[in-house]
Design a protein around this ligand. Structure first.
Ligand SMILES: C[S@@+](CC[C@H](N)C(=O)[O-])C[C@H]1O[C@@H](n2cnc3c(N)ncnc32)[C@H](O)[C@@H]1O
Ligand code: SF4
Ligand code: SF4
Length: 401
C-alpha cells in the first residue's frame, strides 16, 4: 500500500518529542530480529519495545465484529465476574516504575479502557515517567475527560470509528458516531485552548464486509476532525480448520487449551469485492481530500500489494506475514494481571504481575519455552498467527505480499 510511511513526517512535524519516544520503541522492535532466539539465559527484558495493558474486561458497546463482545465474542456473559479480578492502580504503578528504564511504548486497551476506574491517574503516572502513553478507546467517554487528557499530556488516543454515521452505528451501536465525534471535537478544542500538541489523535477503522464500500465517504467526513492518523485495520479473521490446527498444536507443544481464536471466526471477511476495496484504499491513500500536506497520515495494516487483498480476505490459510517477533520485544498484560505474548488470544500464560516482577516473568521459563516452540515452527509462527493483528503489524513481510 502506497504512502504508509507518511506517518513519520506527519507526526514529526506536529510534535517531535512524542515522535521521538514512539520511534525509540519501534526501533527496539526492529532490532529484536537480531537478538538471540532461545538462549534461556538471555535478558529479553532489556529489549522490551512495546507493552499492551488490557485494563478491563468490561465494555459498554457490543460491536458486531469484535472478538470479545461481538456476535462470536469470548467475553460475552463473563465480563462482570472477571472484572472483580482487575489489577489495582498501585500495582500497575510499580510495574510502570520497573519497566520505565527500558523506554517501551505503552498501549492501553480493553474492553473499554475508560471503564477501568483509575485510567486517568494511571495515565498521569505513565506520562510522568516519560513513556509514550497511547490509548485505544471506543471514544464514548472522551468528551467528559477531554480537559484532563490534554492537561495530563497523553501521547496518543486511537479512537475506533468504522464508518460514517448509520453504517458505523449498525456495527458499533446506535448513536455512537455522533457521541464519538463530539469527543474528538472536545479534544481538539482543549488542545487549542491549552495550546498543546498532546495528544496525537488517530482514528482506527476495522475494515469488514459491512463498511468497506463506505470508506471514502467516511474519510471525507473526517476532514473537519483535525486527526493526525487514520489507520485502516484490515481485520482479524479465522476459520474452523485453522482453529482446529491451532488447538492441536498448542495442546501438543505447550499443553495449552485454545479458547480465544474461534471468536474471530466472524465471517465479516466474506463477500468483499476485493478489487473494489483495493481501489477505495488507493484513493484514500493518494488523495488529500483538499487538506494541506502533512495534516494527517493514513496507513493500512497490513500494507499489501493490490492483487493480494483478495487473498487476505478469502484465503485465510495463506500467510501474508510470518516470523512473529512479538515474544522478543512485546508483551500484553491482561486485566487480571496475567502476562501473555498474544494480546487477542490470551491462552498461554507466562506469569502474573500480582505475584512476580515483570522482568522475572518476561525472562522466565514459560516465556522461553514459548519462544523456543514458535521459533521451531514453520515460518516462525503457529497456524493461529495467520491474521493476528500483532503479526500484521510486526511480522516479516512474505515476498510478493
Ligand atoms: C477490542 S477494541 C478495545 C478498545 C476499545 N474498546 C475500542 O473499541 O477501541 C481494540 C480495537 O480492535 C478493533 N476490533 C474489533 N473487532 C475486531 C476484529 N474482529 N478484528 C480486528 N480488529 C477489531 C476495535 O475496533 C478497536 O479498534
Ligand atoms: S468497543 Fe471495543 S471492546 Fe467494546 S465491543 Fe466495540 S470493539 Fe469490542
Ligand atoms: S503472531 Fe502468533 S505468536 Fe505472535 S502475537 Fe500473534 S498469535 Fe501470538
Amino acid at each position: 500500500m502506497k504512502h504508509n510511511f507518511s506517518v513519520v513526517p506527519v507526526l514529526l512535524s506536529k510534535e517531535p518529542s512524542l515522535s521521538y519516544k514512539m520511534a525509540l520503541g519501534f526501533l527496539k522492535i526492529g532490532l529484536a530480529r537480531l537478538k538471540p532466539r532461545f538462549d534461556f539465559n538471555y535478558n529479553h527484558f532489556k529489549d522490551l519495545g512495546l507493552i499492551y495493558f488490557k485494563l478491563t474486561p468490561l465494555c459498554n458497546l457490543h460491536c458486531k465484529m469484535c472478538g470479545q463482545y461481538g456476535d462470536r465474542g469470548c467475553m460475552k456473559g463473563g465480563a462482570a465476574e472477571a472484572a472483580k479480578t482487575i489489577v489495582p492502580l498501585e500495582r500497575y504503578k510499580q510495574i510502570i516504575d520497573e519497566i520505565a528504564p527500558r523506554r517501551p511504548v505503552t498501549y492501553i486497551w480493553g474492553g473499554e479502557p475508560f471503564l477501568y476506574p483509575d485510567l486517568l491517574p494511571l495515565g498521569k503516572h505513565i506520562v510522568d515517567k516519560g513513556l509514550f502513553f497511547s490509548v485505544n478507546t471506543n471514544g464514548m467517554f472522551l468528551e467528559q475527560h477531554a480537559e484532563q487528557i490534554v492537561r495530563d499530556k497523553w501521547s496518543c488516543i486511537f479512537v475506533s470509528l468504522d464508518a460514517f454515521k448509520d453504517v458505523n452505528d449498525a456495527m458499533r451501536g446506535k448513536g455512537s458516531y455522533e457521541r464519538v465525534v463530539r469527543g474528538i471535537e472536545a479534544i481538539k478544542r482543549e488542545k487549542e485552548r491549552q495550546k498543546s500538541n498532546h495528544p496525537f489523535v488517530g482514528i482506527v477503522t476495522t475494515v469488514t464486509n459491512a463498511n468497506y464500500a463506505n470508506l471514502e465517504e467516511f474519510v471525507a467526513a473526517t476532514k473537519s476532525f483535525d486527526i493526525d492518523i487514520h489507520m485502516f485495520n484490515l481485520g482479524t479473521y479465522t476459520n474452523d480448520a485453522i482453529v482446529d490446527r491451532q488447538k492441536k498444536l498448542m495442546k501438543e507443544k505447550l499443553n495449552t487449551n485454545t479458547d480465544f481464536l474461534s471468536c474471530y471466526n466472524t465471517g465479516y471477511n466474506k463477500n468483499i469485492d476485493t478489487r473494489k476495496l483495493y481501489d477505495i484504499l488507493q484513493t484514500i491513500h493518494n488523495s488529500n481530500f483538499g487538506d494541506p500536506p502533512l495534516k494527517s497520515a493514513r496507513i493500512t495494516v497490513p500494507a499489501l500489494n493490490p492483487e493480494k487483498i483478495g487473498i487476505y480476505y478469502n484465503d485465510l490459510e495463506t500467510p501474508v506475514r510470518d516470523h512473529c517477533i512479538v515474544p522478543w520485544c512485546q508483551a500484553n498484560i491482561n486485566y487480571n494481571g496475567d502476562v501473555h505474548f498474544c494480546a487477542d488470544y490470551p491462552d498461554y500464560i507466562l506469569g502474573n504481575i500480582k505475584d512476580q516482577s515483570f522482568k522475572e516473568i518476561y525472562n522466565g521459563e514459560r516465556a522461553n519455552i514459548f519462544r523456543k516452540t514458535i521459533n521451531a515452527c514453520e515460518g516462525g509462527m503457529f497456524p493461529g498467527c495467520l491474521r493476528c493483528y500483532q503479526n500484521m503489524l510486526f511480522g516479516k513481510k512474505i515476498k510478493g505480499f
